[in-house]
Write a protein that binds this ligand. Structure first.
Ligand code: COA
Length: 371
């Protein structure tokens, strides 16, 4: 009897153990170290989640302060990154630039396991590099944020040169918390695989960003915003959804590999979007949500359809003032929290990642005799 075919995309395959994030797809629940993620968003800041994911426990106020100060010092130590920013080809997307940026940051990083200093630099890098790249491309001067800010506020400050609106900052911070980690997704698996060879954590991050770039993983929120623009008004939602599916294209922000039904982060992001998005944008998004779910259910009624994290992320990010091309790398900025925690866990229990594949090509055969 022929052996059963392995599942495509490693779906359902357990590749190891982790004590970081518990993704309960069937129940539509998500926990970081046992704490419900939608509840963490809004009550713990991103630095608190970095600490939680890395150490296993929520930080004391003193520990949060210490981490904020350490990351703030690392951001300053990076300087203006001008040579690096100038080295990025002008045609590179910000996500491609971030992938290259991590790679350049890690020159000369040798030795295993990675140090805490490396991890802190990797966390501090995106909120400096992305605004500096953005401003360089728009011929604006580079900015340094005032003392005492967390990563989210520093990121907005360095982008705009203004103190962020507290409501928008809170929404961005909650978004960063919601997407800080998500179990053994493609980019995390890639990052852990790279580190397992005793490579450096910047190489792991660079590879992870390359993986997150794909629209099936993390590249969708800017595409959601583009789609909403294309729809324009709520009354056109149905028509545009049908046209998109009719062309065989996917609706961005809908469906998930693990969650059957709605992604719990989508629910929280919808609530957050209501606090910051304009009522017109919200009505448009809700009309697209309804039309999309109806159309997908009609085509595939057996599968319980729901939104994923990317759909309302688009509204939160645009309302927070993040330029659309920076949506994907802002996701990456948030996810550095999870990648660092996973790299630390990988280093603690390392074994070279080297799975098998079933060979299905031709059997051994002789070389053709020369004519
Ligand atoms: N729009 C239209 N069709 C979709 C769809 C979507 N958003 N998501 C899945 N499908 C369809 C697929 O085309 C496929 O149809 P087929 O069997 O006729 O080929 C079927 O549903 C199963 O899709 P599959 O790719 O096996 O599901 P998955 O569980 O691996 O996919 C996603 C999960 C997220 C990759 C998928 O839902 C998707 O592409 N969503 C849109 C992109 C997106 O929002 N990405 C962000 C992810 S957080």
């Amino acid at each position: 009897m022929p052996a059963e075919r392995p599942p495509g995309g490693l779906e359902g395959v357990v590749v190891g153990e982790s004590a970081i994030t518990d993704v309960r797809g069937g129940e539509g629940m998500l926990y970081y170290r046992g704490y419900s993620v939608p509840h963490l968003a809004g009550s713990v800041g991103w630095e608190g989640v970095v600490h939680l994911l890395r150490s296993g426990e929520l930080p004391t106020p003193g520990e949060t302060r210490a981490l904020r100060e350490a990351l703030s010092a690392r951001r300053r130590s990076l300087g203006d990154l001008a040579p690096m920013v100038r080295a990025i080809p002008p045609g590179a997307t910000p996500m491609e630039a971030l992938r290259s940026g991590f790679s350049l940051l890690g020159h000369g990083w040798d030795g295993f396991p990675p140090t805490d200093e490396m991890f802190e630099l990797l966390l501090a890098f995106p909120p400096v590099f992305l605004p500096n790249l953005w401003r360089h491309r728009h011929r604006q001067s580079v900015l340094t944020e005032p003392e005492g800010l967390g990563q989210a506020a520093a990121y907005l400050w360095r982008l705009t040169g203004q103190a962020p609106d507290p409501r928008k900052l809170a929404a961005l911070e909650a978004y960063l918390v919601l997407v800080a980690d998500h179990g053994m997704n493609a980019s995390t698996f890639v990052a852990r695989s790279v580190l397992s060879t005793w490579s450096d954590p910047a190489s792991a991050m660079s590879a992870a960003v390359g993986s997150l770039k794909g629209p099936l993983h993390g590249g969708a929120p800017s595409l959601v915003a583009d789609f909403l623009d294309r729809v324009g008004t709520p009354d056109r939602a149905e028509e545009e959804v049908e046209a998109t599916l009719g062309r065989g294209e996917r609706l961005m922000g809908f469906g998930h590999r693990v969650y059957r039904g709605e992604d719990p982060r989508a629910r929280r992001l919808r609530e957050l979007a209501r606090t910051v998005a304009s009522s017109e944008r919200m009505e448009l998004a809700e009309a697209v949500e309804r039309a999309g779910l109806r159309a997908l259910a009609r085509r595939n009624p057996k599968r319980p359809w729901g939104l994923n994290v990317e759909f309302y992320a688009a509204l939160v990010l645009e309302a927070a003032g993040i330029p659309r091309p920076l949506f994907p790398p802002t996701f990456a900025l948030a996810r550095t929290a999870g990648w660092v925690a996973h790299l630390k866990e990988q280093a603690q229990h390392n074994r070279l990642v080297r799975p098998d594949v079933r060979y299905v090509g031709p059997g051994p055969r002789p070389l053709p005799t020369p004519a």
